[in-house]
Design a protein around this ligand. Structure first.
Ligand code: ATP
Ligand code: MG
Length: 251
């Protein structure tokens, strides 16, 4: 069964960047295979990995809604979506990527979320690792995209709102009956002199400090240029990710 790592936190704190660096590390240091799940409707994970995706779960939902009136007798929404799900996996060496996306239509995504969850649960035995990049906020935690999470990583920055968000994640995890085996936080791009202050604010929560990732101009530049983080030379952030992954016993 795959070990699952989910990255969460406030908007813009570096979730996608860190998820991509984790995937890069797993790809280089473990035999794989790895399932990367982009559970953010804005779908950025593929871009930072330099992967082209053909279609998203949101697209599949749109297609279903367009075609539902022409379904042959006996065909259900579930049948339609299940037959399309395997085409949503973008295969790359060692890493398969599934992207949530967002259809153009409004309305309830519960149906698709439930299917995504079941699909992810069904796929997990085939992988050694599953890494999930989440949208900002807390909604995905209650939505339960995977049956359990081995390592939940909450990213915090200098922004006090990012710390408030981490506090809410911690409370929500206490309230929800979610099987989260290890709760961690990482400091990302926190100014050196503020690190002790941020650490102090985080010290009362039920999360372990996992890493302090420095601001890394090379990473920022690669993301800005739209280059894949796979091809980046070793940089300070990548060195810390290496230590972090060994700390959780991945290496
Ligand atoms: N350690 C770092 N050093 C330099 N730049 C970073 C670092 N971490 C993240 N960034 C930059 O911060 C910006 C936001 O990062 P990212 O997209 O990963 O955040 P996010 O939390 O996924 O955002 P969203 O909530 O919109 O999904 C990007 O430009 C990224 O390059
Ligand atoms: Mg993101």
């Amino acid at each position: 069964m795959a070990k699952t790592i989910a990255v969460t936190g406030k908007g813009g704190v570096g979730k996608t960047t860190i998820a991509a660096l984790i995937i890069r590390w797993l790809r280089e240091n473990t035999p794989g295979p790895i399932l990367a799940l982009d559970a953010d409707p804005d779908c950025n994970l593929a871009t930072v990995l330099g992967v082209e995706i053909e279609s998203t779960i949101g697209d599949l939902r749109e297609d279903m809604l367009k075609q539902i009136k022409d379904f042959p007798p006996g065909m259900s929404k579930e049948n339609y979506v299940e037959s399309g799900l395997h085409q949503l996996i973008t295969e790359t060496p060692k890493v398969d990527l599934i992207t949530m996306g967002r259809g153009e239509g409004s309305g309830c995504y519960c149906f698709i979320n439930n299917l995504l969850r079941k699909f992810a649960d069904d796929l997990l035995p085939a992988y050694k690792w599953m890494v999930m990049d989440n949208e900002a906020g807390l909604e995905h935690l209650s939505r339960r995209t995977a049956a359990f999470i081995d390592h939940l990583i909450v990213v915090v920055t200098n922004n006090p709102l990012a710390i408030d968000c981490a506090v809410r994640v911690d409370q929500l995890l206490d309230d929800l009956d979610r099987d989260v085996r290890n709760r961690h936080f990482v400091l990302n791009a926190v100014r050196e002199d503020r690190i002790p202050i941020v650490m102090e604010k985080m010290s009362n929560l039920g999360m372990e400090h996992l890493a302090t990732i420095p601001h890394d101009d090379t990473v920022e530049e690669a993301v800005f240029r739209g280059e894949s983080l796979y091809t980046l030379a070793n940089t300070p952030a990548i060195t810390i990710i290496d230590q972090m992954m060994r700390k959780i016993g991945a290496g």
